[in-house]
Design a protein around this ligand. Structure first.
Ligand code: PL4
Length: 412
């Protein structure tokens, strides 16, 4: 008799993004021929630049010849790619050895799977609001109690709320926690932690033998040089942090699929020696993962070339100009907005105390604009919506104009 993992039954409603797609489809079925401006999912839209395409094409051609064909690659990822990643960090003044990188097929799976390194009884602290995978992966792994619908929270988690008062980046918890999920630049608020804010978490983690899981998927969107792009820019982080990152938003690889995770050799937990967690993740990856596509890895190598970096960064600038248009346009429509200056997300307060889904529906029905309701990222996201800056410029401009022209609310 097979018995299911009952923790799946604890998961709150359906996954956020399919629910948005469902509501958009319902609207379009009811309004055939209507055009929706989609600023919901953070999905890249601009074509890959020439130097990166060349890297991808070259690898495809090599696969077509007997003398250059390759099958399974190095277990942690192709060595030249891990060396190029080490050089990329070196340029930021951060020393990471190539064998501390684990190349992945994107950040999401590693963000979900990394918790498997830790005992089920670890107490987990989560930034609230947060990208849902951190919460859901720990729910199905049995680290929480039931979901309390009134509070919008799971029993057992320690929620670190990002609010207007703390600039949407929380301080470390008061009591002892064991695993801490941080994301900076933050999805969904667009807030970016300062060196001092991250140092406080690193100090906390070292004092409590906790481990920080740091999602830096939007690091390349930071243009303010005073802000850290990696947790490893913080002294002491190599002892207490894992970093997860991705080529998705960095280089338009949302469909190509490529990322990396850094598990430093110095990292340890309360009951482990330095090196053990690194060895365990290696063991996990060689057992349960067969590596990222070799074509994608060749593309990643091209991204990290001088030309690839310059061309990718030009596209990031394009999205950040979109973010500026959204931020300023929504402000001029009378809305209160945050983020969008070092991150591709604008975090917008709902007017008149509306809840997130109500405002989502209003924007859909009055303006034909799709956003993401903040409450889908956690209870502290209630009364906010997230607007994504990924999109073609004309669509972004049309969406902002539609909000300016059609959104009706009283600006008391
Ligand atoms: C929609 C903080 C987007 N269906 O592409 P990956 O796997 O390398 O990166 C996923 C990821 C990792 N970390 C953070 C992210 O925000 C994301 C991507 N998030 C969004 O709109 O919030 C895409 C979401 C996708 C999903 O469910 O992930």
């Amino acid at each position: 008799m097979a018995i299911i993992n009952n923790n799946y039954r604890k998961l709150s409603a359906g996954y956020l993004f399919p629910e948005i797609a469902r509501r958009a489809k319902t609207y379009q079925d009811a309004h055939p021929g209507s055009m929706l401006h989609k600023l919901g999912i953070g999905n890249t839209t601009e074509p890959l630049p020439e130097s990166i395409l060349a890297g991808l094409h070259e690898k495809v051609d090599r696969l077509g010849k007997a003398d250059t064909y390759t099958g399974y690659g190095d277990e942690q990822g192709d060595t030249p790619l891990r060396e190029a990643l080490a050089a990329y960090y070196k340029d930021m003044g951060i020393d990471i050895s190539p064998d501390e990188f684990f190349v992945s097929d994107g950040a999401k799976a590693d963000a979900a799977n990394i918790q498997s390194l830790f005992d089920e009884n670890n107490v987990v602290a989560i930034q609230d609001p947060a990208y849902p995978v951190y919460v859901d992966s720990n729910v199905v792994s049995g680290r929480t109690g039931r979901f309390d619908k009134n509070q919008g929270k799971y029993g057992g988690f320690v929620y670190l709320a990002g609010t207007e008062e703390n600039g949407f980046f929380p301080t470390p918890p008061e009591g002892k926690v064991d695993l801490i999920y941080l994301c900076s630049p933050n999805n969904p608020t667009g807030a970016v932690a300062t060196h001092e804010q991250l140092q406080a978490f690193v100090d906390y983690a070292r004092n409590h033998k906790a481990v920080i899981i740091f999602d830096a998927a939007y690091a390349e969107y930071i243009s303010d040089d005073s802000l850290p792009k990696s947790i490893f820019a913080i002294p002491g982080a190599r002892e207490c942090a894992i970093e997860i990152n991705s080529f998705s938003k960095f280089a338009g690889f949302t469909g190509v699929r490529l990322g990396w995770t850094i598990v430093p050799k110095q990292l340890s937990a309360e009951d482990s020696k330095p090196g053990e967690l690194h060895a365990m993740w290696f063991r996990r990856q060689v057992t349960f993962f067969n590596g990222a596509s070799n074509i994608a890895q060749a593309g990643g190598l091209a991204v990290l070339s001088k030309q690839g970096l310059a061309q990718s960064r030009a596209i990031i600038q394009y999205y950040m100009e979109n973010a500026r248009i959204i931020r300023e346009g929504l402000q001029s429509a009378g809305l209160t907005v945050y983020g969008g200056d070092n991150a591709p997300y604008v975090w917008v307060k709902t007017p008149q105390g509306m809840n997130s889904w109500e405002f989502f529906d209003q924007l859909l029905n009055q303006c034909q604009v799709i956003v993401t309701p903040g409450s889908g990222f956690g209870s502290a996201g209630e009364h906010y919506i997230r607007v994504s800056a990924f999109g073609h410029r004309d669509n972004i401009q049309a969406a902002v104009q539609s909000i300016q022209n059609n959104l009706v609310f009283s600006k008391e």
